[in-house]
Design a binder for this molecule. Structure first.
Ligand code: NDP
Length: 451
């Protein structure tokens, strides 16, 4: 059985890799899911016969388009836009838009693939998609960002809608960008619907949506810690990133009594041995969201902090690590540093931030480790709640949304325990999340015939 699982995985992956050459992130994401679900698949002839896995790795639709726009000097700029509509078996496509220079088809496909299982885990009716552009908002004026967003939406609007595909934010796409995108959508389609989530509270947004991914990750980490009789209180936490997810993960971890000692951006990280405070975090919100500055400025303002350019925070000793920046930001060497520093729990806020080699080190050390598709699902879940509020033309209180979020994260944790508990009692959250998400999507696909 072990050998045949390994053979199946290798045969499947070699076919996938030759059909999708160079798409390394996509290969990585598929392999991770496949390794978890292969034993289940091989014991389910009806799923094998229906070629469920072969269908799941083939996006239902890939849209690639030109995004021309004028910069402030009046020069023409051209970017590439994407929307990968991966799977609509359980609901309309749902997934964020990423604006970052690194965006390419492989990254879009890996994110859309992950999103499919994540959305299934939330228990809400949402299919999986992802989109974005290689446009880099860094250093661009508001006018340039607006013109880019308008051009991007001029094409994207043909392919989305409240019952078809509902995009949201991701790296480089926050409240400002969602506003410009929504304005253009409304103008062209002449309809006011909840087609985008992450909207402002002035016009259809949900309370707690900005907080949801970071808070949800902390609720998930709390549940993981509880399995070992532990809590956030008194723990030291290293967080990477300083954007939306990192900011609110830091806020919730602090409010649960932890000491948060690091934040980062793509230029380096800051280490504040005294820990963040509410006042210091307020400054981070202002620095990153209003001034659109760099994290090194934190160390310039607070002498208790040191700035380390071109480095990641993982060599700082901590009890809990929360990677909240980007994919593959914890490599084997970083994982070893974390283990050497006494880390007991790695809870992913970002998507696929840990490489397979690093995951296997965490697994061997038997520490708590959760994949983003489980622990960062609070963001998309709350986007789902925003869609519900838009549909019923009502707004819920922050307490109501937070209660839904807590319940959803608890349910995801329970699903991971159900499908991921190993013989020695160790909870393999990767396996648990992959199998739970897979079963739901696979059954939906099966019941809908060959489509
Ligand atoms: P933001 O754009 O708000 O922040 C991203 C942060 O990560 C910034 O600090 C950014 O630094 C840093 N970063 C980006 N790329 C790199 C890189 N290549 N190397 C090092 N640092 C980098 O994005 P979010 O906080 O929204 O997203 C962070 C992660 O969380 C992503 O993986 C995203 O897919 C995931 N996620 C987000 C959700 C959400 O609701 N927003 C939901 C679920 C997952 P810099 O300013 O230098 O670019």
């Amino acid at each position: 059985m072990v050998q045949s699982v390994a053979n199946y995985v290798e045969d499947f992956m070699s076919a996938l890799e030759s059909k999708n050459p160079g798409e390394h992130e996509f290969h990585q994401a598929v392999r991770e899911v496949l390794e978890s679900v292969a034993p289940y698949l091989l014991e389910s002839p009806h799923l094998m016969k229906a070629k469920i896995m072969e269908r799941m790795v083939e996006p239902e639709r890939v849209i690639m388009f030109r995004v021309p726009w004028l910069d402030d000097k009046g020069e023409v700029q051209v970017n590439r836009g994407f929307r990968v509509q991966m799977n609509s078996a359980i609901g309309p496509y749902k997934g964020g838009l990423r604006f970052h220079a690194s965006v390419n088809l492989s990254i879009m496909k890996f994110l859309a693939f992950e999103q499919t299982f994540k959305n299934a885990l939330t228990t809400l009716p949402m299919g999986g998609a992802k989109g974005g552009s290689d446009f880099n908002p860094r250093g661009k004026s508001d006018g340039e960002v607006m013109r880019f967003c308008q051009s991007f939406m001029t094409e994207l609007q043909r392919h989305i809608g409240q019952d078809t595909d509902v995009p949201a934010g991701d790296i480089g796409v926050g409240g400002r960008e969602i506003g410009y995108l929504f304005g253009q959508y409304k103008r062209i389609r002449d309809e006011w619907t909840g087609t985008l989530t992450g909207k402002s509270l002035y016009w259809g947004g949900s309370l707690m949506r900005p907080e949801a991914t970071g808070y949800g990750a902390c609720y998930f980490a709390e549940a993981m810690l509880a399995t070992r009789g532990e809590k956030f209180y008194g723990k030291t936490v290293c967080i990477s990133g300083s954007g939306n997810v990192a900011q609110y993960a830091a806020q919730k971890a602090m409010r649960l009594g932890a000491k948060v000692v690091t934040l980062s951006d793509s230029d380096g990280f800051v280490y504040d041995a005294d820990g963040l405070t509410e006042e210091k975090l307020e400054y981070v919100f202002f620095l990153k969201n209003v001034l659109r500055g760099r994290i090194r400025e934190y160390a310039e303002k607070y002498p208790s902090a040191q700035y380390f350019p071109h480095e990641r925070p993982w060599r700082i000793a901590c009890d809990i690590a929360m990677p909240c920046a980007t994919q593959n930001e914890i490599e084997a060497i970083d994982a070893q540093h974390l283990l050497d520093g006494g880390c007991q729990c790695v809870c992913e806020g970002a998507n696929m931030p840990t490489t397979p080699e690093a995951i296997s080190l965490f697994y061997k050390a038997r520490i708590l480790y959760s994949p983003g598709k489980a622990s960062n699902a609070g963001g998309v879940a709350t986007s789902g709640l925003e869609m519900t509020q838009n549909s019923i033309r009502q707004s819920w209180t922050a307490e109501e949304v937070d209660a839904h979020l807590r319940r959803i994260m608890a349910d995801i944790h329970a699903a991971c325990i159900k499908y991921g508990t190993e013989g020695d009692g160790y909870i393999n959250y990767v396996r648990g999340a992959n199998i739970a998400g897979f079963i739901k999507v696979a059954n939906a696909m099966l019941e809908q015939g060959i489509c």
